[in-house]
Design a protein around this ligand. Structure first.
Ligand SMILES: Cc1cc2nc3c(=O)[nH]c(=O)nc-3n(C[C@H](O)[C@H](O)[C@H](O)COP(=O)(O)OP(=O)(O)OC[C@H]3O[C@@H](n4cnc5c(N)ncnc54)[C@H](O)[C@@H]3O)c2cc1C
Length: 328
């Protein structure tokens, strides 16, 4: 029997989430590592989503499991999860990948619970080992080590990955093979949970993922005043401001949507400039692929310098004030 690697094809009104294409590329690599007859498939639910099947096939999905129904127009775990669980029980995929987005981070574990298996959440890399098992790398112990998560006893082996961790490869079109899912499983009665509307939050300034230069502030900033200086600097360069977890928790930065790392965003700007950031794996895995990495830290032994092209071992107050004085 063919082994199956599945990717949840997350979509909202405006289209498929880019993480789906990144995961399909990775699924193709895993299929090659697994060898034998391994099939890559996408699982697509929604309303009016059938046209997306072609895009999924373009990126290497050999099969698209499709549930297209007005009831599935807006994401609702009470509708999506039972359909996917039943499908997985029938088709028995070997591996099932989700984007670690707001939707994927909820749906993945819900499906896993329905299948009595586990999920390696927010993994930063994955591969197949010599026993043909999925190995998912997940930062552990405050980001100080990378743990290898394996799921030898139950199936599917599941993992979630943040958008931007993997790179979408070139198209590798496959013949379109659409398998319609069994919609008789959709609940007929009213559900206790209803999705009423979807609101898009507009981003001020340059979106983080599209900025060529990103100024990132950590706990070393020390106060909101320094965060505001960082934002000013980013605006002068036509770039974007970002932050680490502590800068969110302290309430200095604009919020979690600006956070870089395993629980935040992954970025690859041409230039990344970090101020007062120690270099925990949780953060590094979200920015390590930037073109040029410049770090300012008063501790010359700070781990962040190990991944930096330019290390500025100085008090960040001097650097921030000095740059603003020259450039404003
Ligand atoms: C499950 C989990 C998920 C996580 N996900 C994320 C994530 O997605 N993103 C994330 O960022 N974190 C995440 N974290 C937290 C992460 O492990 C680290 O705690 C965090 O990244 C550290 O942030 P920091 O470098 O800003 O702070 P710190 O580690 O406290 O470092 C502050 C640095 O500032 C320097 N400094 C202090 N004052 C100055 C000064 N005046 N001038 C120059 N340098 C100065 C210090 O030398 C120090 O190196 C996660 C943690 C867990 C457990």
């Amino acid at each position: 029997m063919k082994k199956k690697i599945w990717v949840f094809a997350e979509q909202v009104k405006c289209g498929l989430d880019p993480v789906v294409f990144e995961l399909l590329t990775k699924a193709g690599e895993l299929a090659a590592e697994l060898g034998g007859e391994t099939e890559v498939a996408a699982v697509l639910l929604g309303d009016g989503v059938e046209p997306f099947c072609g895009l999924l096939a373009e990126q290497g999905a050999e099969v698209v499991y499709l549930a297209d129904d007005p009831a599935l127009g807006m994401y609702n775990p009470m509708l999506y999860a039972p359909l996917i669980v039943e499908l997985a029980k029938k088709e028995e995929p070997e591996i099932f990948l989700f984007g670690a987005t707001a939707i994927g981070s909820q749906l993945g574990p819900t499906v896993a619970a329905g299948l009595s298996t586990g999920v390696a959440a927010h993994c930063v890399d994955m591969r197949i080992n010599s026993d043909k098992l999925l190995v998912a790398d997940v930062p552990s112990f405050g980001g100080k080590i990378l743990g290898e998560i394996l799921c030898p006893d139950t199936r599917p082996q599941m993992a979630s990955v943040k958008p931007g961790i993997f790179v979408q490869g070139p198209p590798c079109p496959k013949p379109l093979n659409v398998v319609k899912m069994d919609l008789s499983l959709l609940p007929k009665s009213d559900l206790p949970l209803k999705a009423l509307s979807l609101e898009k939050k507009e981003v001020e300034g340059v979106p983080l993922e599209k900025a060529d230069i990103v100024f990132c502030g950590g706990y070393g900033l020390g106060n909101k005043e320094n965060w505001d200086k960082l934002v000013k600097l980013a605006a002068i360069f036509g770039g974007a401001a970002a932050c680490t977890r502590p800068a969110v928790d302290e309430g200095w930065s604009g919020g979690e949507h600006l956070m870089i790392g395993t629980s935040g965003k992954s970025i690859r700007p041409k230039v990344y400039v970090g101020f007062g950031i120690s270099g925990a794996t949780h953060h590094i895995c979200g920015m390590k692929d930037s073109g040029l990495i410049i770090s300012v830290n008063k501790d010359e032994k700070a781990p962040v310098f190990e991944v930096s092209d330019v290390a500025v071992a100085m008090d960040l107050n001097k650097v921030l004030d000095g740059m603003l004085a020259r450039l404003s």
